[in-house]
Design a protein around this ligand. Structure first.
Ligand SMILES: [Zn+2]
Length: 237
């Protein structure tokens, strides 16, 4: 299985020898026997048995009950992989903007802690997703979010950040709005819940301007360029 793993790596997850994982390139099939939900941008996290076979129920996060993989599929949303070294538990979470605002990351944390994980040792890897270099929201949307007292300070700029690692053109401004960091919001929520900075790793790959062609739903919207889902998965060995 190891030889087939490709896609960006997380040094943090690579340091955990009891697990394996991948942020697969867009278009590759899910690994055999993977459990994943019918994703709805919700805050619902379930155990793997509830989504085997895949899409048996609606969920945006799956916690593994055995050593078979749990997975999520994404385009521009965040795939977030959790690893709990105490109980050797793993989880795969689909965290788009709406799911993140609905509390999917907190749901995943609560479920893992209830099953014996420790907030001091949990490890989290944030995978490829649309970056602040290409993710423009209307300022009204930012204002709505800023009115929520339960959210950490938002990371956004009026000026589009230049991504020196872009391999194709960054998104062009369409709304004269705000360039928003969804990975930054996920990180802030995890930090606020008590994880340390060293417990959170981000691969910093923007699906719009850096990842392999066909990764980005938003780029497809702009150019009718086509896109395919990316499966991200994790499993205990
Ligand atoms: Zn980008």
């Amino acid at each position: 299985m190891e030889s087939k793993i490709c896609g960006p790596r997380s040094a943090l997850l690579d340091s955990l020898t009891w697990l394996e994982y991948a942020f697969q390139p867009a278009g590759l099939p899910a690994p055999e026997a993977a459990a994943y939900g019918h994703q709805r941008h919700s805050a619902r996290v379930v155990l793997s048995g509830q989504n085997r076979p895949p899409k048996s129920c609606e969920s945006d996060g799956v916690i593994a009950e055995d050593n078979r993989p749990v997975a999520v599929y994404t385009a521009d949303c965040l795939p977030v992989l959790f690893a709990d070294p105490v109980q050797q538990q793993v989880a795969a979470i689909h965290a788009g903007l709406n799911g993140t605002l609905s509390g999917i990351l907190q749901s995943a944390l609560d479920a893992l802690l209830a099953r014996g994980a420790s907030i001091d040792t949990l490890c989290v890897a944030i995978g490829p997703a649309i970056g602040p270099c290409c993710y423009e929201l209307g300022e009204d949307r930012i204002r709505q979010m800023q009115q929520r007292s339960d959210l950490p300070p938002l990371q956004w700029t009026h000026q589009q950040p230049v991504n020196p690692q872009a391999v194709r053109a960054q998104a062009q401004a369409q709304q004269q709005g705000a360039w928003f960091s969804l990975p930054g919001l996920a990180r802030s929520i995890l930090l606020e819940r008590g994880l340390g900075p060293a417990q959170i790793d981000a691969v910093n790959v923007c699906t719009y301007c850096m990842a392999e062609a066909g990764s980005s739903y938003r780029r497809n919207t702009h150019f009718s360029s086509g896109y395919q889902s990316r499966f991200s998965w994790i499993r205990r060995r």
